[in-house]
Design a binder for this molecule. Sequence first.
Ligand SMILES: [Zn+2]
Length: 295
Amino acid sequence: MELKKLLDDYEIGGIGDIKKHTLRFHSYRIGTVEGMLTIFAEYTSGQFPITYKGYPSGQELLIELCNLNLELREKPLKECAEILIRWSLENIHPYYHYGDDVAALEQVDNDADQYWDMLVNVIECYSISVKDMVQDLEQLYTDTMTLFAIRSLMEGKITDAQRIYGEVRVPDEKNLLHAWYRADSVHRPLVLQDFIENIPKLKMGLEYDISTGQIQLQPVVKSVVDAAYFGLARFMAVNANALDDYGGKTNIAFCQACGKAFIKRGNRQKYCGTLECQSVRNKLKSKEYYYRKRR
Ligand SMILES: [Zn+2]
């Protein structure tokens, strides 16, 4: 998976890049906290979690998490727990725990073994409520699709907006397209303004950077979902500098066959890279060719 590579060579840049340490554990178990299904990271003596400097690129993370949400839908929580464990093992622990930066330093210490055992197995700092994370992901998905649909409406591409917004599940009074259709052309900008206003606010704060010895303004991020929201904001806003996390212009699009988000490699790419969707594309292409030839 490409994300793993991105985790390794994530570069430090201007405001908006998140430098907190993140962790990948080697195993998890499923349990409950006050009756709520919960997954717990496990620590086995000597097998330290892998430490990463920072979160992966916000945009790539955003795509991963939106697609993860589609995978979780309609599944019983137990199965969601298994899927979230798989994701965490392949990527990073989804929530930041206060002190992870210290933990990264402790790892070289003599007492590291005891330290991790205490933090992970005894105090259980690295536990995740399955229901909470499922809800966080659904919200992120809704907000992401809302913003992409808004951008299509702004560009006058109404069918695109409908397609993008198609899988969003919100009650009627929160439905962007319903509100937009109900408004006349004078009030439509106000509808867009209103929906953008309802996207969760991003938090910034001061941090002391140990490696450079400087005070810096940084995004306040407690989870991969927070990091994805920063990626989303920087992708959408015209005045968010360092718009791009890795050099070239990144274009997010939604596959016309399966609906998943993917990074567009060319301007006209309509289908994601999976074999199924590419075969849909090829079939349509050959049909088109057949009809053109017959005429
Ligand atoms: Zn697809």
